[in-house]
Design a protein around this ligand. Sequence first.
Ligand SMILES: [Zn+2]
Length: 143
Amino acid sequence: MFDRLDQAGRSRLMALIRSRDTAPEMRVRRLLFSLGYRYRTHARDLPGRPDIVFRRRRRVVFVHGCFWHAHACGRAGRPRVRRNWWAAKFARNRARDRRDLAALRALAWRALVVWECETRDAGALAARLVRFLGAPRFVDARP
Ligand SMILES: [Zn+2]
């Protein structure tokens, strides 16, 4: 796909890719909600602006796209043009992820990274989330 786009075309495509409320993130949020967890999203006051925030539990969940965060799963294709530019960009993204996780740890927050490729198996993901968060404690009586 990338090979057939010129630079302007690729820029337009990238502009359409949204970095928040992505499909994998929405899958994780819906799953959490169905399990009984309540959370905030995109906390601006925390390092890395975590996607899903559990303030009372002092835990956050990041949902990382395999492409942008350069997951080693190989599921996301690698651009075959401007390889050096992309390699530098992925390296920066990964470095930022590491910095954010370290900064959260320093503030005594615990973080879980869920990769896009791990959001397809809802059963396995639910088990992992419950292990990380502990049982959902608060029953929301609102409609
Ligand atoms: Zn992946």
